[in-house]
Design a protein around this ligand. Structure first.
Ligand code: PRP
Ligand code: URA
Length: 210
């Protein structure tokens, strides 16, 4: 595995991502797990994020602690990225949220961009780019390009499931952007879906059927 990919190896994560994949898992539970895994991904991806000294008074005496430095911006790739992003936003103090709208053309499998709205100070801090699925890698790679065009330097990509093909493509396009994932699956099928996978992440989070 490339040094730029961090696979979270933890029994709780293993349990949650296994439950999420199951056909027996209903929409509300799927969405809830996506949020929980989002928080865990954010926790892992923020290792080494800049912090600054911050002193508080405990009931006993002053304590010289730390505070996250600079804005932390969560950027879900719409629409499925909104699931894990919700868990990230609850976890990270003072976080802000940008949105990049992108869907995959079902025939060509290339990303189609339809919306970009980002906080003004995004380039001043860490950006957590999040999408449940890294399949061909086209959507994540295009979204990272958008962020770089806005001047973002510290981008960290997070996903629930990654295919080896997507990792290879993303690493080639963005060797400077680390990937944190809760699972690496076997391969893509002929329709560009991750197998064993979990199906269509957006449909499973929102209960829609194509
Ligand atoms: C899914 C997923 C990623 C993309 C991954 O989105 O959420 O954004 O496919 O595929 P790729 O790595 O091959 O680009 P989808 O196009 O289904 O849109 P949605 O989130 O609106 O459902
Ligand atoms: N997008 C999904 O939602 N699922 C896949 O398996 C691949 C791309």
């Amino acid at each position: 595995m490339s040094d730029n990919v961090h696979l979270i190896d933890h029994p709780l994560v293993g349990h949650l991502q296994t439950e999420m994949r199951s056909l027996d898992t209903a929409t509300d539970r799927f969405r809830s797990i996506a949020e929980k895994l989002g928080a865990i991904l954010a926790y892992e991806a923020l290792r080494g994020a800049p912090s600054k000294p911050h002193t508080v008074n405990t009931p006993m005496e002053p304590y010289e602690g730390v505070q996250l430095a600079g804005p932390i911006t969560i950027v879900p790739i719409l629409r499925a990225g909104m699931g894990p992003a919700a868990g990230m936003a609850r976890l990270i103090p003072g976080s802000q949220v940008g949105h990049i709208g992108m869907f995959r053309d079902e025939k060509s499998l290339t990303p189609v961009s339809y919306y970009v709205k980002l906080p003004a100070s995004i380039a001043q801090g860490v950006v957590l780019l999040v999408d449940p699925m890294l399949a061909t890698g086209g959507s994540a790679s295009a979204a990272a390009h958008v962020l770089k065009q806005k001047g973002c330097k510290d981008i960290r990509f997070t996903c629930l499931l990654a295919a080896p093909e997507g990792i290879e493509r993303f690493n080639a396009d963005h060797p400077d952007v680390p990937i944190t994932t809760s699972a690496i699956d076997r391969q893509l099928n002929e329709k560009g879906y991750i197998v064993p996978g979990l199906g269509d992440a957006g449909d499973r989070i929102y209960g829609t059927v194509e």
